[in-house]
Design a protein around this ligand. Structure first.
Ligand code: CDT
Length: 311
């Protein structure tokens, strides 16, 4: 049996600080139209797709950084994208900076939304693994201040029922953590959607340039294979006002093989006719969770954060 559906990943080239949200959303709409013309029912867009990757800059006053956030769903800036997608019957994943009042407090998250082909909002995810620092390190080339501008996500790693199957969402740094994908897979996700903004130079420590792409690919392919799921990974890449980020957006099959990959560091759409049942044999055999998992031996994964050597 096969359950085929065309999925698109829409990579974005740079979004500069001076670019308007309106112009950026127009780029997203153009790619959504291209994906639709190629038969796609779902499109994955990048993390923080509506603005430059602003956590590289130091701001102290919310009045200076509030412009990067969206309020409401769809926010005013998103409305044209939501309208075209609904007209065309295309569902999508979109990453954005979310500002919301919850429990009487203003809160900010690095968020993605999943919108169905009929325009219904199917769910939201708020980034859990926030890299970087809260306080500036003092080197403008390597600032990565996600912990300053966002709270840790408070929605867990759900899976969402869609007309095409169950999907899960995560964002950028989450893809480096196997716990992310296993949690979604245990909730039945068979497609993982994610967007990323990954600097070409490691923010934590120097390493050879080729490892940036390699670790991206390694994370995506292992997540797909170890959970028998499809991975849709969309980069925002190229040089944003002189800050370079990797591309390598990809669609990875449940076999762990990359089925399609972007070649440029610009706006680029890739599509694959994905059989959502391709991973079924993997989920029935080597990664049949119900038969083979041994959670009684996995205690430290949820009980500990760092390494603890038993006495
Ligand atoms: N946006 C984001 O999460 N970027 C991080 C940079 C960390 S460098 C190890 C990423 O994981 O790609």
């Amino acid at each position: 049996m096969s359950r085929k559906e065309v999925f698109a990943v829409a990579q974005m080239g740079p979004v500069h600080l001076a670019d308007s949200k309106q112009a950026t959303v127009a780029r997203l709409i153009e790619m959504l139209r291209e994906a639709h013309a190629r038969g796609a029912r779902w499109v994955t867009f990048p993390e923080l797709a509506l603005t430059t990757f602003f956590p590289r800059y130091v701001y102290d006053d919310p009045a200076d950084y509030d412009r990067f956030y969206e309020e409401g769903l769809p926010s005013p800036a998103m409305v044209p994208l939501f309208e075209v997608a609904k007209d065309l019957g295309v569902g999508f994943y979109l990453g954005y900076a979310e500002k919301v009042v919850e429990g009487g407090e203003t809160r900010r998250f690095n968020t993605s939304v999943l919108v169905g082909p009929d325009g219904a909002i199917l769910g939201k995810y708020r980034k859990i693994h926030l890299p970087g620092t809260k306080d500036p390190i003092g080197d403008p080339e390597f600032e990565h201040l996600e912990k300053r501008y966002f709270e840790v996500g408070n929605l867990g790693f759900p899976s969402f029922a869609t007309p095409s199957g169950r999907f899960g969402m995560c964002i950028c740094n989450d893809r480096r953590w196997p716990e992310t994908f296993r949690t979604m897979a245990l909730r039945g996700a068979e497609v993982f959607m994610l967007g990323y903004n990954t600097p070409t130079r490691n923010i934590h420590h120097p390493e050879p340039a080729h490892l940036r792409e390699f670790h991206n690919r390694l994370s995506l392919e292992s997540a797909a294979y170890q959970n028998g799921a499809w991975v849709m990974a969309a980069a925002k890449c190229g040089s944003e006002d002189g800050f370079a980020m990797i591309g390598g957006s990809a669609i990875v099959a449940p076999t762990g093989e990359t089925a399609a990959k972007c070649m440029s560091e610009e706006d680029e759409v890739i599509t694959v006719d994905c059989d959502l049942d391709l991973g079924a044999y993997i989920r029935r055999s080597v990664f049949d969770f119900a038969r083979h998992r041994r959670p009684e031996h996995y205690g430290p994964i949820t009980a500990q954060v760092g390494v603890e050597i038993p006495e």
